[in-house]
Design a binder for this molecule. Structure first.
Ligand code: ADP
Length: 222
């Protein structure tokens, strides 16, 4: 139960912070004279999306406690990547990170829990952005790619140009409660790895060339 509570706290941090930022943006647009109502409407629509996402995360946790079988949605990973980048937009912009995607056309759809898999993508993206905050601006590049791995498996890679991971720690980063951040929980990657394993895939980390880290995962395509 303690681990579940820690996991929930970790997962809820992102949508709550995003909702707060969007609500603050709405207030700022309202305070203009004249108020920019189109921007207010857009910011509030984002708040609704953020709060719905928090609700989805709680519902999934409830299903997990009741041991309901994980949901099996069929969906396009390329589209899910676009959504996850959109959700992380605030911290991408704040940290001056440039994002590129190299998405393979005609990727096999994957089957799984859309909310959980989106959580994995978001975690990897936010980790990459946070890692790059420590390197000089102008050299912060995030590259997300998809590929048809073997005949029936898809591969996703999230590359950054941050400080990278000490070669002795590429497995430790997946341990629960391992964190090097002052306000980190160390739960993110441990949750990501179990979500991917529950979907029949594998998640691992390597050094990126010429610098930074690359996190990759596979999922069975159907
Ligand atoms: P948290 O983000 O709360 O620290 P995580 O489990 O997501 O928890 O990450 C654990 C640790 O792994 C981080 O504190 C950081 O030291 C390391 N890490 C994760 N992603 C990266 C990355 N892209 N580059 C370098 N180090 C990373």
């Amino acid at each position: 139960m303690g681990e579940l509570a820690a996991a929930l706290a970790h997962e809820l941090t992102q949508p709550i912070a995003a909702a707060r930022n969007n609500a603050q943006a709405a207030l700022n647009f309202l305070a203009k004279s004249p108020p920019d109502l189109a921007e207010v409407r857009e910011a509030l629509a984002c708040v609704v999306g953020d709060v719905d996402r928090a609700g989805d995360i709680i519902n999934r946790a409830r299903d997990h406690i009741k041991k309901t079988r994980p949901r099996k949605d069929r969906f396009d990973l390329n589209a899910a990547i676009g959504e996850a980048v959109g959700l992380a937009r605030g911290s991408i912009i704040k940290n001056g990170v440039s994002v590129r995607t190299r998405l393979t056309d005609g990727l096999l759809p994957v089957s799984g829990d859309h909310v959980q898999l989106q959580q994995v993508l978001l975690n990897l993206i936010v980790n990459a952005v946070e890692a790059m905050a420590s390197v000089e601006a102008g050299a912060r590049e995030l590259l997300i790619s998809t590929a048809q791995n073997q005949a029936d498996s898809v591969l996703v890679a999230v590359r950054d140009t941050g400080p990278g991971i000490d070669p002795g720690h590429v497995e430790r980063v997946f341990e629960a409660f391992y964190t090097t951040k002052s306000s980190g929980t160390g739960m993110g990657l441990s949750i990501c790895r179990s979500i991917i394993a529950n979907h029949g895939g594998r998640l691992w980390a390597e050094a990126n060339e010429p610098r930074g880290a690359v996190f990759q995962f596979t999922l069975p395509g159907r």
